[in-house]
Write a protein of this length. Structure first.
Length: 153
């Protein structure tokens, strides 16, 4: 008896081919370039990495590469943050102020995410196409045409 090889034959081979086709079709998420500016505070790699990780998630909502600029400021007991995200024609801005820089970054990421989601929903809503005149007339004619069942008493 000949044994089946898993390279291209049988169930396993079909499964691998299907995975490859799906991976090729899968939408490639654009990159988000994050720039962090520190004002009146020492820049730490931990805060910078945290900010980059949090703001990199906005790329999954966008179709174009994005650029995010985060400004973190400390004034006595106030930690203030401002972020500007630019992607194509879209520009989203958010500002937050709390007692902790990490929570500022969290709040900013949430605000920007909401703004971008809302913007993308509006774009999708505008793409709904109305029926043309010819399509409207054909739909009206189909409603007015009697069917065979309507004629039977």
């Amino acid at each position: 008896m000949a044994t089946k090889s898993s390279a291209g034959k049988g169930k396993h081979g079909r499964k691998q081919a299907l995975k490859q086709r799906r991976a090729a079709r899968k939408k490639v998420t654009p990159e988000t370039q994050v720039t962090v500016t520190f004002r009146h505070v020492e820049p730490t790699p931990a805060i910078q990495n945290y900010a980059q990780r949090k703001l990199a998630h906005i790329a999954k909502f966008l179709k174009q590469p994005a650029e995010a600029h985060l400004i973190l400021t400390v004034d006595k007991y106030r930690q203030h943050g401002e972020v500007t995200v630019k992607s194509g024609r879209l520009t989203a801005v958010a500002q937050e102020e709390t007692k902790d820089l990490y929570s500022v970054i969290d709040l900013l990421a949430g605000n920007i995410e909401r703004q971008i989601k809302r913007h993308m929903e509006k774009l999708k809503a505008n793409k709904v196409r109305t029926l043309s005149t010819a399509e409207l007339l054909s739909a009206i004619e189909e409603e007015e045409t009697p069917t065979v069942l309507d004629r039977i008493p």
